[in-house]
Design a protein around this ligand. Sequence first.
Ligand code: CAO
Length: 463
Amino acid sequence: MADSKEFLLPDIGDFEGVDVVEVLVKPGDTVAKEDSLIVLESDKASMEVPAPYAAVVREMRMSVGDQVSQGDVVALLEAVDGDAPQAEAPPSETPTAGASPAPESGAALSEATPAAPSVEASTQAVGVGAEAKLASDSAPAKAGAGHASDSAPAKAGAGRAGAGHASPSVRRLARELGVDLTLVPPSGRKGRITKDDVQGYVKASMAQGGAPGVPIAGVKVAAPVDVDFTKWGETELQPLNKIRRVASANLHRSWVTVPHVTQFDEADITELESFRKSQKPAAEKAGVKLTFLPFLIQAVTKALKEFPHFNSSLDATGESLVVKGYYHIGVAVDTEHGLVVPTVKNADQKGLFEIAGELMDLSERARIRRLRPEDLSGGSFSISSLGGIGGTFFTPIVNHPEVAILGVSRMEWKPVHHDGEFVPRLILPLSLSYDHRVIDGADAVRFTGRLAELLSDLRLMLV
Ligand code: CAO
């Protein structure tokens, strides 16, 4: 401790009472000359204060939240490898950063001169005007910045709305890792992006298979939490299989890019169900199991013909609608490996038994993982039927790039008021989720209303 020397905060420009926003080292750490010790932040800039010489940090005298000024003690440093300062320059004698040549040219700085803090534009100061002010306010400090290579990105960052707000070393790390800081959710004070945030972002991207992502303007979410659950008890790590990872990426894209609304409705399927039961023996003879789903697919297809924009997609520009003249109905199939959505192609041209047979084939092959790519592509509308399992209503996620999906839950006998009395009717809950950019709420109710009508009276399917 005898050799420890106080390292005083050098000239940081015209700033008094600047916030300490990060402390980058702790007692016992060995730092090389120019390694950053702390990060300061004023209204206009963030600055890293580098070690003036190679040293062991014996004591940190500044903590996050402190307000500091030139001459305050940053740390007690014990020089290593004979890299001791000849003398600690008193603050008043410390050359201003502007007077210092860039430390990257190393030798130009006298050993005794504490390195000037490196300055980065604060992204709170966004826009050309703010940047110009920063340039004039901190020009001297900038000229003496410890890392000349940081200046350019700093400017670019400051001029870009929504750019990540981070210190030079974090920006340097992001550049090295190829991370766009505007995509990294900050966790530091005043919305600062920390090194941990950048590392967490990279980890999360890798966990998602490193799939190339597309930034969504204006969307920032908190970084995924990386929790060690074993602290609280026994756990087992089960890696997601390919199907779940692909489904997860697709569902997430749809969830964040499609403005979803779900319309609930009910269909009286008393007659339909009794007709279905009457046809089951014939279906069995034909080698198919006639569940409720083929009826639903036929009714949906008819409704889609009457509401063509439910059978459409937005084009890649988002400015035109691609209305499809084909009716390929995707059916969500629950398998032990995850959710897949094979499609019944040209459902409008197929009879009930044919659809029933195709459903049996698709769902069987889905469960034994024998679906072909063509079975899974080309859907124009999807159905998620949970009725065989249970539940009432739910909010399915639109199967992007389709614009609507119908969820059906378990049919149930309910008392319905009819001609002055309550009569038991078999009621099917419908949950239609749709892309509100393409479909208006009023149309959604018309669609589910028409679908309910078709399911209530199968004769309407003929007209
Ligand atoms: N209410 C009550 N019973 C229903 C029903 C409903 N809404 N829908 C189907 N059923 C009945 C069927 O008619 C059948 O009864 P019968 O034996 O009397 O004929 C029984 O439930 C079992 O049907 P099923 O599930 O074998 O066949 P299906 O054609 O109805 O459905 C399939 C096929 C592949 C859609 C289904 O097996 C499945 O995987 N469903 C889950 C889909 C899913 O997970 N969706 C969630 C997506 S979002 O995470």
